[in-house]
Design a protein around this ligand. Structure first.
Ligand code: ZN
Ligand code: ZN
Length: 476
C-alpha cells in the first residue's frame, strides 16, 4: 500500500462524461425491492428507461461496475504469472508472490477506459483472492482483466446485468474463454464465480414475473455451462411483502426446476443486507432455501462480508467472526460455503445499507480481513473483491496484494497495526458521512413510528419500498 494515493478521492475519474446517481429503475422496482446504484453515463442517461433519483447521497456508492463503459485493460508488459496450482512444485514462488512495483498513478486519458501499464503477478497463496472484473467487448476479456490484476479467482457478469434479455453469446467468445482459462490457469469449475443479473427475483409471487425471472436465470446457467463454469452466484430476491416461507419455497422450486434443465453448474445463493422485503440476510433464510432443494450437490452459499455485517452479523474480531461462522455452520452447514465476497462496509453495523467500501477503510476494519485471510477453511474458495475502484483496476491489484500479505500476519504486529490505522484514517470521512445519513434515517423512522397515522390518510408501511431503497446501493 505504498502507493496509497491511488486509492484517494483524487483518483476520481473525470466527471465530464460520468455522473454518479443512485436511481431506481421503475420497471424493475415492482419486481425487486433491491436498490441499485451505478455510475450512469451520458449515453445511459438518455435511454428511454425512466430513472428516478432516490437519494441525494448518490455519491455514497462508487462500486458500480458499468460494463457498458469499461474497456478491456491494456497490457503493455507481462510478468510471470504463477498459479496456485503450478506453484506447489515451484521454488520461485516467493519472488512471484511479491507485488510487482506498482505503476505510477495515472488517470486514464479516456474516462471510460481502464489502462494498466503492467500486470501484477499472481501469488502462490491457497487463498484465491480476486475481483469482479469487466466483460466489456466479450466475456473472454474477463480472463485477461483478472490475470492482469494478479487475481487467483474472479467474478464476472455473463451478460448485461440490468436487461431481461441479451443477445446470445457468440460461439467464438465462449471458445476463446475456455482456451484462455487453460492458458492462464484458471479452473472454471472452482475459480470463477459469475454474478447473476440483478433483475432476477425467483421469489416473486406473480406467475408471469416468475417465468420472466426464471428464463433469465436459466439463460445465465446455460451460459455458465457453455463456458465450462461450475459456480453461479445470485441474489435470492424479495418477498415483495408476501409471506416469507412461500417466497423461500418459490426460490427452492425454481432451483429444482433449473437443476433439471442444466447439467452441472452449482447455484450459489448470496446473503443479503436484508433491507425491506429482501430475503437472505439471516442464516435461517439461507437454510430454508437450501432445505427445499432436491439435489444438494447443485446448491451452495456465497457469503458477502459487507452484507453480513450490515445485516447484523458482527465479524470485527476473531471471537465474533468465529461465533458468526459457528452459527453459519450450525444453521446452514459449512460444507455449503462455496465462495466469499470480500468487501468492507461504508454503512455501520446493522445499518442494512449495501454500500461496499475498500478493504480496511469501512466500519468492518482490517482486523476482520486479517482473521478471514487466516481461516484455512476458506482455502480454495473464490474470494472476490467487489470494492469501489473508480475505474482503476490497480486498486484491486493492490487490495489483492494487501490481503495476501495478511496471511500469517498477527493482529498485534506493528506492521499490521500501522496498516489498519492508515486505512481507517483514509475512510474516516466516508464513514462519518454515511454514519450521519444512517443516524438521520433512524431518527426519522423513530419519529414516524411515534406519530399516529392521520385519520383516513395512507398509513405508512413499516417496510415501504422507499425504506428498502434509502441510501442503499447494492451493486453486487
Ligand atoms: Zn451480489
Ligand atoms: Zn456481493
Amino acid at each position: 500500500m505504498s502507493d496509497a494515493d491511488l486509492l484517494s478521492p483524487k483518483r476520481t475519474v473525470s466527471t465530464r462524461t460520468r455522473k454518479t446517481v443512485v436511481y431506481k429503475e421503475e420497471s424493475d422496482a415492482e419486481e425487486l425491492d433491491v436498490i441499485t446504484s451505478k455510475t450512469v453515463t451520458k449515453k445511459a442517461a438518455t435511454t428511454t428507461r425512466k430513472r428516478k433519483p432516490i437519494d441525494s447521497d448518490a455519491e455514497l456508492e462508487a462500486s458500480g461496475d458499468d460494463e457498458d463503459t469499461k474497456k478491456p485493460i491494456t497490457i503493455k508488459k507481462t510478468v510471470a504469472v504463477a498459479t496456485a496450482k503450478k506453484q506447489k512444485t515451484t521454488t520461485t514462488t516467493a519472488a512471484a508472490a511479491k507485488p510487482k512495483a506498482a505503476p505510477k498513478a495515472k488517470v486514464p486519458k479516456v474516462p471510460t477506459a481502464s489502462t494498466m501499464t503492467s500486470t501484477f503477478a499472481r501469488a502462490a497463496s491457497k487463498m484465491l483472492i480476486g475481483a469482479h472484473v469487466s466483460i466489456a467487448k466479450g466475456v473472454q476479456n474477463s480472463i485477461t482483466n483478472a490475470s492482469t490484476i494478479g487475481a487467483n479467482s474472479f467474478a464476472l457478469f455473463l451478460k448485461n446485468q440490468r436487461k431481461w434479455s441479451s443477445p446470445a453469446m457468440p460461439v467464438s467468445d465462449a471458445a476463446t474463454f475456455r482456451k484462455l482459462c487453460e492458458e492462464k490457469n484458471y479452473n472454471p469449475k472452482t475459480q470463477i464465480l459469475p454474478h447473476g443479473s440483478y433483475l432476477i427475483n425467483l421469489a416473486t409471487p406473480t406467475a408471469e414475473k416468475q417465468k420472466q425471472a426464471y428464463d433469465c436465470f436459466v439463460d445465465d446457467l446455460k451460459r455458465c455451462e457453455e463456458l465450462g463454469i461450475g459456480l453461479y452466484n445470485f441474489h435470492p430476491g424479495s418477498t415483495l411483502g408476501e409471506p416469507r416461507p412461500e417466497a423461500l419455497k418459490r426460490i427452492s422450486d425454481a432451483l429444482n426446476k433449473a437443476h433439471k434443465e442444466t447439467k452441472f453448474v452449482k447455484t450459489v445463493v448470496e446473503n443479503m443486507v436484508g433491507a425491506g422485503n429482501v430475503v437472505g440476510s439471516s442464516f435461517e433464510d439461507l437454510r430454508d432455501i437450501l432445505e427445499g432443494v432436491e439435489d444438494k450437490s447443485r446448491v451452495g452459499i456465497c457469503l458477502d462480508t459487507c452484507h453480513m455485517f450490515a445485516a447484523g452479523h458482527d465479524i470485527r474480531t476473531k471471537e465474533k467472526y468465529e461465533e458468526v461462522m459457528g452459527n453459519f455452520d450450525r444453521i446452514v452447514g459449512r460444507k455449503y460455503l462455496c465462495a466469499i465476497h470480500l468487501n468492507d462496509s461504508k454503512g455501520p453495523f446493522e445499518s442494512k445499507k449495501d454500500l461496499h467500501q475498500n478493504i480496511g477503510q469501512g466500519y468492518i476494519g482490517l482486523e476482520a480481513f486479517r482473521v478471514l485471510m487466516n481461516d484455512t477453511r476458506l482455502e480454495g474458495l473464490p474470494i472476490v473483491l467487489e470494492t469501489p475502484t473508480n475505474e482503476d483496476p490497480t486498486v484491486w491489484a493492490k487490495e489483492i496484494k494487501l490481503l495476501e500479505s495478511l496471511v500469517g500476519m498477527k493482529g498485534d504486529e506493528e506492521e499490521f497495526l500501522k496498516m489498519a490505522e492508515e486505512l481507517q484514517a483514509k475512510g474516516e470521512g466516508e464513514r462519518e458521512r454515511v454514519g450521519a445519513v444512517v443516524a438521520k434515517g433512524k431518527a426519522k423512522a423513530a419519529k414516524t413510528a411515534k406519530t399516529p397515522a392521520k385519520k383516513g390518510g395512507r398509513k405508512k408501511k413499516v417496510e415501504s419500498d422507499d425504506e428498502d431503497s434509502e441510501g442503499s446501493g447494492c451493486s453486487h
